[in-house]
Design a protein around this ligand. Structure first.
Ligand code: NIG
Ligand code: FE
Length: 414
């Protein structure tokens, strides 16, 4: 693989010699950087970096050199929560929402996740892969280098497996780093309404064993919220998953104080996600844990829901990650630059906190913080080169347009 030197970098952002796996509280406002810098990539890894006056001492013989005068280099974004494998868009429901129906009302009428599940039955693995590849291309152009993708629009064993086969194929075809999450408990199929324990039995006895034995997922998710799965359902599913080595990452407290955060912490979840309904008890439970609180600004924005108390969480000493939740129902965008802007505009994170939330902390939330999320020698060479921009603050400030010019994944321009 050819070696690559990026030189004359206006600012090399998030240089960490001995990075922690996540940043909490006040640490989130630190964004160590080098001005007038260079970065050397070799064998798909970050091999070295420094400042321009030291470049000749480094004795590098790059196969290729990129001049980054006026531009910044950052770790590529990690998007730790998406549903970007799906059969079809759902813009009609979105119009219903504008007219005043709530997310729960739409779900009760067989819309929402169940609508996607119906369409899933008429979609092949190849079709899922093709449409998801287009979405991966789109998010890559906006600077995402790693993405977690969930099943959850199948809701029976055959259809859930189909989604996971599609994700496995994407891992093979895409230069992005991909992690798969099994989300059989995303919604209760209509025929199990009123007897949802029976559906939970199927998730536990039928789906989890085959997902695990075929090695189709790293993580297991449950939508633990009002109108969806209860804390008891969630406990049963997480216990069954853990027996097979599936680590929990759960949808929690989006619609109510559901107990989802506490049950996630209890079962060692890598992350609990959404968190619109987070109070003092939830914060206290997270403070004694290794679970990454993950906020999904796109979903709250798109559904016009209350915003999670991110500021309060960070001020209490918690880490926070942010991700897109890219999905056809509640967040039809996978643009992490927009998440950076929302993080600062809607949630009052400083630009430094926002960048940490979308890189190192999001990497942690998908089990990748040892290999991604900072500019560190030995980490995977997933970096972005911006267009010419005046400051780091400009990234969230100049919202809506693409400030990324070049994306490098595994040491190669893609
Ligand atoms: O993360 N909250 C639950 N699930 C998804 C919504 C998926 C959908 O509506 O298709 C979410 O927002
Ligand atoms: Fe989600």
């Amino acid at each position: 693989m050819p070696t690559l030197l990026i030189e004359n970098i206006k600012k090399l952002v998030l240089t960490e010699e001995n990075p922690k796996t996540k940043k909490s509280g006040k640490e989130m406002s630190k964004l160590p950087s080098k001005e007038n810098a260079w970065l050397f990539l070799k064998d798909g890894k970050i091999a070295n970096y420094g400042t321009m006056p030291d470049l000749s001492n480094a004795n590098l013989r790059p196969d290729k050199t990129i001049d980054a005068t006026g531009k910044m280099v950052l770790p590529a974004f990690c998007d730790s929560h998406t549903h970007l494998v799906y059969p079809a868009s759902r813009e009609i429901e979105y119009v219903d929402k504008i007219k005043g129906l709530s997310y729960e009302e739409i779900a009760k009428r067989g819309g929402g996740i169940l609508n996607s599940a119906k369409k899933m039955k008429q979609t092949t693995v190849a079709e899922l892969v093709d449409s998801a590849l287009e979405r991966l291309e789109e998010i890559k152009i906006f600077g995402t280098g790693a993405v977690e993708i969930k099943s959850g629009y199948g809701l029976d064993t055959e259809q859930e497996l189909k989604m996971l086969y599609a994700i496995r194929k994407l891992k093979e075809l895409s230069p992005l780093t991909i992690k798969a999450t099994f989300l059989g408990a995303h919604s209760i199929p209509a025929e199990y309404r009123g007897k949802q324990e029976e559906y939970v039995d199927i998730v536990i006895n039928e789906m989890i064993p085959v997902v695990a034995s075929e090695g189709l997922a790293e993580y297991i998710d449950v939508f633990c919220d009002k109108g969806f799965f209860t804390v008891e359902d969630t406990e049963r599913i997480l216990m069954a998953g853990l027996k097979y080595g599936l680590i929990p990452k759960i949808h929690a407290n989006e619609l109510d104080f559901s107990g989802g955060i506490q049950v996630g912490v209890k079962y060692g979840a890598l992350s609990v996600d959404h968190l619109e309904y987070t109070g003092d008890a939830e914060i206290a439970s997270l403070l004694n844990s290794d679970t990454m609180p993950t906020i999904l600004p796109g979903a709250a924005f798109f559904l016009n829901m209350p915003y999670a108390p991110a500021r309060k969480m960070i001020d209490a000493g918690l880490p926070v990650a942010m991700a897109t939740d890219f999905n056809p129902g509640s967040s039809p965008s996978g643009n992490m630059q927009l998440i950076l802007s929302m993080a600062s505009i809607l949630y009052r994170l400083t630009p430094e906190e926002a960048v940490n939330a979308c890189t190192i902390n999001a990497a942690y939330a998908m089990g990748l913080s040892e290999e991604l999320g900072t500019i560190t020698v030995g980490k995977k060479a997933n970096v972005i080169i911006t267009k010419e921009i005046p400051t780091v603050e400009y990234l969230p400030y100049y919202y809506g347009s693409n400030k990324v010019e070049t994306v490098i994944l595994n040491g190669e321009v893609v």
